[in-house]
Design a protein. Structure first.
Length: 119
């Protein structure tokens, strides 16, 4: 069971980045999402999306970030536009998933990808 993030990097304020997270080794995936953690702060929800495609967002990113998923590829995306310096953080992929048929559901985390927004 693995979540692998990609797409982080350094961007100027007002720029855009797109994060991707590919899940593997899971029988089924329910909710997938993105969280972030800035230095000295707690990890916080950025956005999440159900298997049916219903999203919800943190107030701080509404109107700027868009979460989407491709269930056939077990991949979730986060399109980030109009980035601000306060968006600087390590972004973590999260999945609520069943690893094997008939097994309980567990929560999984990726290793994170750094997003840095310069002013």
């Amino acid at each position: 069971v693995q979540l692998v993030e990609s797409g982080g990097g350094l961007v100027q304020a007002g720029g855009s980045l797109k994060l991707s997270c590919a899940a593997s080794g899971m029988f089924s995936i329910n909710v997938m999402g993105w969280y972030r953690q800035a230095p000295g702060k707690q990890r916080e929800l950025v956005a999440r999306i159900t298997s049916g495609g219903s999203p919800n967002y943190a107030d701080s990113v509404k109107g700027r970030f868009t979460i989407s998923r491709d269930n056939a590829k077990n991949t979730v995306y986060l399109q980030m536009n109009n980035l601000k310096p306060e968006d600087t953080a390590v972004y973590y992929c999260n999945a609520d998933a069943t690893p094997r048929r008939l097994s309980p559901r567990y929560n999984y985390w990726g290793k994170g990808t750094q997003v840095t927004v310069s002013s």
